[in-house]
Design a protein around this ligand. Sequence first.
Ligand SMILES: [Zn+2]
Length: 444
Amino acid sequence: MRTILMALVAAVSLAASDYKAGIGRIVITPEKPIYMSGYGNRNHPSEGVIHDLWAKALAIEDHKGARVVIVTTDLIGLPRGIADVVAVRVQQQYGIDRSHLVLTSSHTHTGPLIRGNLETMFALSPADSQVVSDYAAKLTESLVAVIGAALNDLSPASLWFGNGRATFAINRREPTPNGVKIGENPKGPTDPDVPVLKVAAPDGKLRAVLFGYACHNTTLTGEFYQFSGDYAGFAQIAIEKANPGATALFLMLCGADQNPYPRSKLEYAEKHGADLAAEVNRVIGGPLQPVRGATLAAFQSVDLEFAIHTRETFESRLKESNVYRVRHAKAMLATYDQGYPIRRYPYPVQAIGFGKDLTLVALGGEVVVDYVLRIKKEYGSKRIIVAGYSNDVMSYIPSLRVLKEGGYEASDAMIYYGLPGPYNDDVEDQIFRTIGHVMKRVKR
Ligand SMILES: [Zn+2]
């Protein structure tokens, strides 16, 4: 009798859960000193750990058995060299195709240098370079493993969506008489939204919360040599502390031209993290929209073309005093020597729809805020998450406005990414045309 009753209770609970969800998590903190990424002025490997770096995976299965997996990492950027290998193995081992897998990075600047990302920022010794290669190999294994763990953990769940708000991001493109510099521009556009996806067990217990913010994960600056997830790491820790047993996953949104304010002190990273966590906790405690529909996924690559360059473009830079520009010019000349100067780059655009209730748009690269503002204008702002730093981080992705204004996000950062130069003026058009295609495939 008791067994029957419990079975009945379970059946009622199951009926209330529209999905199955599974969560995996794995520590990816490097085990030995390694060069840290994000700031070119760093001149030696890491010196310990503030808190662990994590890869976390959220698997969601709809009532038809279709599965999507969203992976978040406390890393500066996952390049396609790693993401594509992980995606192929996940397809082979778990039968999840590329469009149903989202691989993201938080863009922490107190994490390890990742093979294939920001490669021209440092000139490493062979020994230091080997440490980076070894870490990339281990990271690849960890990412496949954490996705497997999430799929193994699938059990009934309900999804809920809400939007919070945070204001510690400031537009960093400061106009000066000599052009746009990285600084503070309180008048520049920002996106204060903090989208929150809550994953609850049938008994209502919080299992996971996926949240995001459009702000560079750069509270901690180049003089910090200890690993941390910066404000996003502190936010995840604080949310998990307030909700024992739950996993918090951070998505970096379109915050390429946004910096945390203030920055450069550990206490500010903790404070921004605490503020963001408090807002996420407030949102998950309040009224939320149920998310119920079947999942649909679309992934499309678009070739973004670079502005015309010639061998002379780079030869003329070899005598300059800026070591990064010279290193970059040499790398670009090598592509000419090999007969394959880089003219275009395959840019990944992905969308995942949950019925009519929620759409996740995942864009590659460091995407400036103009993209999310335009997407929300064209597709509505209430039931959407627009992540950047997804599936590949190959460069900044300027809007036409930013491209025309110039500065770091328009072209200067390319010297660290090992790509030739600014994108063509059609970069925003090309990406929005592709967003249109993937949105059509996931909308009902
Ligand atoms: Zn960045």
